[in-house]
Design a binder for this molecule. Sequence first.
Ligand SMILES: Cc1ncc(C[n+]2csc(CCOP(=O)(O)OP(=O)(O)O)c2C)c(N)n1
Length: 674
Amino acid sequence: MTSSETEAAADVASHGEMANAIRFLAADAVQAAKSGHPGMPMGAADMATVLYARFLKFAPSQPHWPDRDRFVLSAGHGAMLLYSLLHLTGYEDMDMGQLRNFRQLGSHTAGHPEFGAAAGIETTTGPLGQGLATAVGMAMAERMLATRFGDALVDHYTYVLAGDGCLMEGISHEAASFAGHLGLGKLVVLFDDNQISIDGSTDLSVSDDQCARFAAYGWHVARVDGHDAEALAEAIAAARDSDRPSLIAARTVIGYGAPNKAGTSQAHGAPLGDDEIAAAREKLNWPYPAFEVPNNVTSAWRDVGARGGDVRAAWLERLDALDQNDRAAFDRAMAGDLPASIIEAMADYRKELAEEKPQMATRASSGRALAVINKVVPETVGGSADLTGSNNTLTPDLGFLTPADFSGRYIHYGVREHGMAAAMNGMALHGGLIPYSGGFLIFSDYARGAIRLGALMGVRVIHVLTHDSIGLGEDGPTHQPVEHLAALRAMPGLNVFRPADAMEVAECWELALEAKDRPSAMVLTRQGLPAVRLEYQEDNACARGAYELIAAEGEAAVTLLATGSEVSIAVAARNHLQSADIPTRVVSMPCWELFEEQDAGYRRETLGPGTLRIGIEAAVSMGWDRYVGENGGFVGMSGFGASAPAKDLFKHFGITAEAVVELAKTKLAELQDE
Ligand SMILES: Cc1ncc(C[n+]2csc(CCOP(=O)(O)OP(=O)(O)O)c2C)c(N)n1
């Protein structure tokens, strides 16, 4: 070696220096914010460095490149690990100012990595385990799209960094079990096996042999020293070669480098303190001030960030070589646009319904709408949590996704509502697919964590939730939702649809598909319902969330507001009231969220100013107060249901046209007396 070569070599940053840059950016940012989690980034810095520097396919200047590898930080409290990596590898919107402003209002560096706040964050992962489960959906999407478009365009890995907490959470079981079943060989989980959580050592609460557990799911597993870069690299290389999903249990020391706090829960979730950080600087030989990274380390990290450029250029060449149709299909799928043919297909279907006026359960008419949609939208991916026949989510053309064949578009998720909802989030985040899947409305509670993250992230997933009230009958109160509509409506960012008949179902499906940046819940009946929308109309009546279904004859005295199965009850009640010379109108309210987006004038007119308003819904009244007003009434549930045939239950709980008529008359008399 010449002397100038020796000098240059000395200047090349070592693995240890690159990892230390992460460690100190994390420790200093947490210290500056006076809150956060330094321990995990310091412990996992070696793993992250090996992964990014030697394996990850990515291009910071092209963060949305479809064929990039996905890196999901499931242990999202260690956000500074990700922010440091994004900064060091050169993501534009993660400058040093962002790191200095960790956890401050308006910064890109929220307490947990929030999706959309900065490029390079693949998913929000604050609730432990959620990232792992979401990543399973991403890995599924990769295989499905590779099958559709070919390995030349879609061929990437999904990496996850998960901690003890992620693996303790129940959702990790659903997700890992399903990934094992499907044989998702390009899913690689790095387990930050530091044996510490908040309360102290993990042996306070868990004795699982995680490797044996994952091996039992059918995963490839390996144990390594999480601070040995070469061992980590070998393990990751072997994981990539495996045709099974991989768990690499990397034994690490939380807060690595902090002389007094490393290896203890004190390093987990609080600033280390100035003295401890100074001592760590000594120990790890990092003499640089806070938020300063020496040039050789910065340039080594920038080289890592630049590495993907050529790979992406080669990918672009392959993309450009596609024939026009394939190219258009790929671009459209990735942009999340619907094919133009959907408009005519749905219009034809709605015309058919207007002719036919079918009496059917909304779960069944949802199945019919899906048959139309799935035929013209190749991106839809259906499924059910073991309730396919009940949810009506399967349509003839889909084919089944199996471990051996990812061309199928119907997924048997098994009895895994939470894992299913998270996997759908992952598919939607990955891009190129529009996932929907079925379960019972009552079990939306089981999936709520993932439904909420979908709403927070603004992803297009559609939850088909059937058996939506006491109308499901004999299965009884354990299966009869009463508070679930209110609970779902309470969630910001989720459109909750409760259509009244086949026509409304068709319209609500159109709206759910068109809502590119929000999830939808399609709340559907088990029991048959009469048609209430009898004419074809070109525009989508449900698009405004609520609309006058039937006007009053004469000046309206009463407005009946209802959703889903109770709209036909409202119609019957209205006919009784009209015959008794009480002019009454009916308003169907299939989607409160869309109604709230209308202008004040429309809302006011629709609700019927000056009329007595009665809400009708076979659920608790929570939320209805704002529509029926102080003098209004409500016909619905006030407690749990019961086990009996549906017809008997509606009578028993007083959700009938007669009860509505009686309430209207009583209320009108009261108002006259006032
Ligand atoms: C579902 C959920 N429950 C609780 C928390 C709060 N929490 C954040 S980190 C943590 C401990 C996690 O321990 P581990 O995964 O071992 O992380 P480490 O201590 O290694 O940083 C807990 C309970 C959470 N973020 N998500």
